[in-house]
Design a protein around this ligand. Structure first.
Ligand SMILES: NC(=O)c1ccc[n+]([C@@H]2O[C@H](COP(=O)([O-])OP(=O)(O)OC[C@H]3O[C@@H](n4cnc5c(N)ncnc54)[C@H](O)[C@@H]3O)[C@@H](O)[C@H]2O)c1
Length: 281
């Protein structure tokens, strides 16, 4: 897919942060874009802002946890634009705590949005891309997929590792089958978005953990993202380059991703357990 002009992109989690930057970037390249998000007001604002600048976009309120909703998203995309070429399974959330303090429903929320949301997107859209014999899927993981062991973020690390495993398997299977559909994994470190506030979407009845070391770590991550985080637009530039070049890994923070892989390798080779990353480390 060298030419993206006139093609159709679907982006989940598109009302904010990286997802919105992707939508903006795709519009700038002449694409039609379907923005999907669970936050209706933010979605409406994002769509209106892009349309005010002449963009050919629609918004579809979608909860990616729900396979029927993702199926309806695909149907609305085809009905509006007749095709779909690029799918960014990007919606993601984080909550956590010390292992035994994390309620089952918090685990379900993180796995349902992050992992099953991506899986739903792949299962629903891949047949459409295959039928066209072209297209590309970008799944958003995180450096947390490579760098496990961040204290109190176990569900997030698990969900992002699962996305990495899914996306690697899919890329290899499609390539082996000679498919013309490309697959990429986006695994950023800190980016300036609303991710530190993602517990805003916690399901009813699930409360955020208030253990002091969790609160301290969250504050530290928030400050780090605000001070040194990448702009979402810079991440979007990397995504579009990767789609054009059919590149699997999109690593906005390659040093962090590689350090995570090296840490695991060292653990396997030496048997020495790495220290947990806690606030202040
Ligand atoms: N910001 C970072 O530092 C960072 C680092 C690594 C990975 N990521 C990943 O990037 C992706 C985008 O996050 P972001 O940083 O832009 O955060 P963000 O909070 O600004 O945007 C995430 C969007 O996902 C939406 N969303 C949440 N639950 C949803 C659901 N069930 N269905 C549909 N949409 C839903 C939210 O409403 C929001 O608009 C996530 O997968 C996140 O894990 C972010």
């Amino acid at each position: 897919m060298n030419s993206l002009e006139g093609r159709v992109a679907v982006v989940t989690g598109a009302a904010s942060g990286i997802g919105f930057a992707l939508a903006e970037r795709f519009v700038a390249d002449g694409m039609k874009v379907v923005l999907a998000d669970v936050e209706t007001a933010a979605l409406d604002r994002s769509v209106a802002g892009l349309r005010a600048n002449g963009a050919d976009v629609i918004g579809v309120r979608t909860d990616v946890r729900d396979l029927d909703a993702v199926t309806a998203l695909a149907e609305e995309t085809i009905s509006a634009f007749g095709a779909v070429h690029l799918v960014c399974n990007n919606a993601g959330v984080e909550t956590g705590g010390s292992f035994l303090e994390i309620p089952a429903r918090a685990w379900e929320w993180v796995m349902d949005v992050n992992f099953y949301g991506v899986l739903n997107g792949c299962r629903v859209f891949l047949p459409l891309l295959e039928a066209q014999d072209e297209g590309h899927i970008v799944n958003t993981a995180s450096v947390a997929a490579f760098a496990t062991g961040t204290a109190t973020m176990t569900p997030y690390c698990v969900s992002k590792s699962a996305i990495l495993g899914l996306t690697e398997c899919l890329a290899i299977e499609l390539d082996t089958a000679g498919s013309h559909v490309g697959v990429s994994i986006l695994a950023p470190g800190p980016v300036k978005t609303k991710m530190p506030e993602s517990e805003r979407n916690l399901p009813q009845g699930v409360t955020a953990a208030l253990e002091p070391h969790r609160v301290a770590l969250m504050e530290q991550l928030k400050a780090k993202a605000a001070a040194d985080g990448l702009e979402p637009a810079a991440v979007a530039d990397m995504v579009i380059d990767a789609v054009r070049n059919r590149q699997f890994h999109i690593l906005p923070h390659p040093d962090m991703a590689l350090a995570g892989v090296r840490r695991r390798l060292q653990w396997m080779e030496t048997g020495v357990l790495p220290a947990a990353r806690r606030a202040g480390t």
